[in-house]
Write a protein that binds this ligand. Sequence first.
Ligand code: ZN
Length: 216
Amino acid sequence: MTTRAATTRTSNAEARATTSSTKGRRVLRLLGPGLALGLVAGVLFVSGQSLLAATPQRVNEVEGPVGECQGGETAGYANGRIPRRVLCPVGETDQGSAALLRADAAAAFLSLARAWQADHGSPLCLRSAYRTHKQQAALYARMPDVAAPPGASDHGWGTAVDLCGGIANASSLQHAWMQQNGPEHGWIQPEWAQATGSRPEPWHWEYVHGPGTYGG
Ligand SMILES: [Zn+2]
């Protein structure tokens, strides 16, 4: 790991700590000053761990290292309703639209894209990244057998991509390259999307720290 990676990870952790304390303040205001003092002491003694973060529900939250683009807090937003300003750009799709991902997924995707470029001498073909609720609804209306219902796709969390340029064919060399190299950069196929899965989608890849909800 370079110093820079370590630094961004630290600032990311700081960003999360800040958010937790913001949430904390909100809760404390509701409970009143006496209880608040006790709670503050309690939180201070839990070294590095926020009590409020210990929720069993998987949320859409930045988990991995981030690169140049820090993005913003995504946890408070619903699937497909994340503002563009808190996501990070990952170039263009093969159809010329700007592609966005959650900050950590974006950093991992750019790392993957660099490795692809180095091995193939051509850019990694990206068909689709973050999709808004509206975009997912339109896709589902057009292809209900292939697309997940709006609100149920990891594309709506900014942690999934659809790839092209040969990868969409499960028996291609390009797909084999992704199987071999994707995981090293944090990109995998969920079981359902694999050739032996319930809904094979060789083009659909997810970032390992995504919520892993369902659906392409
Ligand atoms: Zn997909």
